[in-house]
Design a protein around this ligand. Structure first.
Ligand code: HPA
Length: 238
């Protein structure tokens, strides 16, 4: 029997695990597979949105690029969940820190994901829905971060559709509401997971400090990336 395919994922009989890590950049997915997974095989090349499946400490794990923004991660996560039976999706990526004390290279765990996107309107909720990360995964991620001695913050992140905002004060209003950091995907991922009854989480490293206007260097980013990956892998294999 040939495996199913979708408009964006064509595994050609390669396996997809029920746990998928999702970095934004497909070449990051390749790097993660080569660095952390054993016996990794490629399961997707459509649009170069590379996906791989291998094992980590004996557990089958997949890693696939999500692309940037809610539309991109939403379509990939929808297909992974609804066509390929994925039950656990963990976004790994960078974010911009928005509070004093959320410093460069810290780890942020998205307890919830506020958004300026209209993506959630499709669900017809009579009010404002709060997309939320899986508490089971949050607990594991926090434990892994503490075990690794990493600085970790857990709270509300902003999944914004807008990287270059014409309204320069928009981020400040989110900051005043205590939002920890900004990225561009998790609200779509969390909403899709909730609608399907599966679990999702976003684990981030702070690459830009929007309070002080400082940014990480490429070399230092690699160290922070390693810490985030250790947390994410421990979270999905605990
Ligand atoms: N904005 C949105 N996403 C991000 C940022 C940012 O400043 N930094 C890293 N991801």
């Amino acid at each position: 029997m040939t495996s199913p395919s979708t408009p964006h994922i064509d595994p050609k009989d390669a396996p997809i695990a029920d746990v998928v890590l999702m970095p934004g950049d497909p070449l990051r997915a390749k790097f993660i597979a080569e660095t952390y997974l054993e016996d990794a095989v490629c399961f997707n090349q459509v649009r170069n949105m590379l996906g791989f499946t291998g094992t980590y400490r004996g557990r089958e794990v997949s890693v696939m690029g999500s692309g940037m923004g809610i539309p991109s991660i939403s379509l990939y996560s929808h297909e992974l969940i609804h066509t390929f039976g994925v039950k656990t999706l963990v976004r790994v990526g960078s974010c911009g820190g928005m509070q004093e004390g959320v410093g460069l290279y810290d780890i942020v765990i998205g307890q919830s994901a506020s958004t300026d996107s209209n993506y959630l309107s499709q669900f017809g909720i009579p009010g404002t829905y709060a997309p939320t990360g899986s508490y089971r995964l949050i607990e594991r991620a926090v434990a892994a971060a503490r075990d690794g001695g990493h600085r970790v913050h857990v709270g509300n992140v902003l999944s914004s559709d807008i990287f270059y905002n014409a309204d320069e004060s928009a981020l400040q209003r989110w900051m005043r509401m205590g939002v920890l950091a900004v990225e561009m995907e998790s609200a779509g991922l969390y909403a899709n997971a909730a609608a399907a009854g599966v679990e999702a989480l976003g684990v981030f490293t702070v690459s830009d400090d929007l309070v002080t206007g400082t940014h990480t260097t490429p070399e230092e980013r690699q160290t922070a990336f390693t810490a985030m990956m250790e947390v994410a892998l421990a979270t999905v294999t605990a």
